[in-house]
Design a protein around this ligand. Structure first.
Ligand SMILES: *[C@@H]1O[C@H](CO)[C@@H](O)[C@H](O)[C@H]1NC(C)=O
Ligand SMILES: *[C@@H]1O[C@H](CO)[C@@H](O)[C@H](O)[C@H]1NC(C)=O
Ligand SMILES: *[C@@H]1O[C@H](CO)[C@@H](O)[C@H](O)[C@H]1NC(C)=O
Length: 409
């Protein structure tokens, strides 16, 4: 009996050690977040182990685990009709609010691109389904949620192209008319890797001459926008924080660009963009955070710019400098063409500065930008609004995002 109690106590200490993660004192729901993070880490480690035993690709296994969990919470609504169809060969899920007898009125529209490191989650899973349902209801808008293909089945630029093709199809005048969408009131939006794809597709479409309808807005939720500098103040400050530590993000990038994980340690040290790597020079000023970030975000962090690095990384992964992968690298002439923009950022997020720098560059190019910063929130929080992953951070960010869309779209 006594020994059982000792073993149990030992296991509890081990579990607490595993679950415990130093988080800033400002974070809301810290213990709940630690549990979520520990569960996510256990799932990732188990899938990595299964991968090394030859049981399947770790990303495919992890997505299976996430999607199985995600199915538990799928809601439906009598007020919104949901249809799964293809737009130009790409799977999409369309949410149409019921007309309530007002057949003739044109509605607003939102193209939504889900997050998950270009590898995880699904437009049809509970998290994103519930988000889009609430958006359709509260905005009385048609929402198109894109089920683009994921890693490891496809890599860059396939995810980008899937989103581009589906979006272009939806924006055709006859398709908007079919869904009773007002062509002058359509937004593109997405979170995390979905924010990356939304921003990149928005840039691409802003430059195409033959497009009849353009976006009124873009709304980016803690977007991933660059792989040039993994030592921005937010990357340094949140290096080992919950949900998305730096090393995992770097691996998602490498995998998106179909490279080798062997580069990960060098890239964490910014060796891929060192001063002696000549190709990167022209891009450096586009993400010079020493003048793009206000001092309250820079704090006392110092830039990491090695004088000698490894030029072979950019040679192996030229897409590190491709604006379709890293929209923050775009030239001012392209930024100038972007629609009114909303960017949501969280303090406890390595990607905070990706969003803040994009906001500043868009503003300098003359675009109207709203930055909605949450001091006590963490990366990925906006989808966590239902039990057992119900966070006040989720409700507050989601409400604020939908409110902005409602007032501006
Ligand atoms: C734009 O439309 C014109 C006329 O229809 C056509 O000649 C041209 O190839 C199109 N350009 C692109 C980029 O599709
Ligand atoms: C990804 O890289 C592997 C190994 O270098 C290569 O065999 C494969 O064709 C690449 N896939 C794509 C889609 O480029
Ligand atoms: C970065 O590159 C330098 C010069 O090639 C090398 O000495 C150093 O070990 C590299 N750092 C990492 C973390 O790989």
């Amino acid at each position: 009996m006594k020994s059982a109690a000792v073993v149990l106590a030992g296991l509890l200490v081990l579990a607490a050690y595993y679950v415990y993660l130093p988080l800033p004192s400002t974070v809301s729901d810290p213990w709940h977040l630690m549990l979520l993070d520990a569960s996510f880490r256990v799932a990732q480690k188990t899938c990595n182990l299964a991968h090394s035993l030859g049981l399947g690709h770790h990303l495919r296994l992890l997505n299976f685990v996430i999607c199985s969990f995600d199915k538990l919470n799928t809601q439906s609504s009598e007020k919104v009709k949901i249809t799964d169809i293809q737009f130009d060969g790409v799977e999409v899920r369309v949410y149409e609010p019921s007309t309530g007898g007002r057949e003739k009125t044109l509605r607003r529209g939102v193209v939504y691109v889900h997050g998950g490191g270009w590898a995880l989650a699904s437009a049809r899973g509970g998290y994103y389904n519930n988000l889009c349902l609430i958006m359709a209801e509260s905005l009385d808008a048609v929402i198109v949620s894109i089920e683009y293909r994921l890693m490891p089945n496809v890599h860059f630029p396939v995810q980008f192209e899937d989103v581009l093709h589906a979006t272009k199809h939806f924006m055709r005048p006859e398709v908007l008319a079919q869904y009773s969408v007002d062509p002058s009131r359509v937004a593109i939006s997405g979170d995390s890797a979905g924010g990356n794809l939304a921003a990149a597709v928005c840039q691409e479409m802003s430059q195409e001459e033959n497009i009849t309808n353009r976006f009124k807005l873009q709304a980016l939720i803690y977007p991933v926008l660059q792989s040039f500098d993994f030592n921005t103040p937010s990357y340094q400050q949140n290096e080992v924080t919950a949900i998305l530590p730096r090393f995992i993000m770097v691996k998602f990038w490498i995998y998106y660009l179909n490279g080798s994980y062997d580069f990960a340690y060098s890239m964490v040290a910014n060796n891929h963009t060192a001063l002696d790597v000549s190709q990167v020079g022209p891009f450096r000023e586009h993400l010079d955070w020493t003048f793009l970030l206000p001092s309250r975000f820079r704090k006392n962090y110092q830039p990491v710019t090695p004088s000698a690095g490894e030029a072979e990384i950019i040679q192996a992964l030229p897409a590190l400098l491709d604006v379709r992968a890293a929209p923050l690298l775009a030239e001012r002439e392209v930024l100038r063409l972007q629609p009114k923009t909303y960017i949501l950022t969280c303090e406890i997020d390595i990607l905070r500065d990706d969003g803040l720098m994009y906001a500043k560059r868009l503003e300098k190019a003359g675009v109207e930008v709203t930055v909605d910063h949450f001091e006590d929130c963490f990366h990925g929080c906006m989808i966590f609004t239902t039990w057992p992953t119900d966070f006040s951070a989720g409700h507050r960010t989601r409400d604020s995002y939908i409110k902005w869309l409602s007032q501006n779209l």
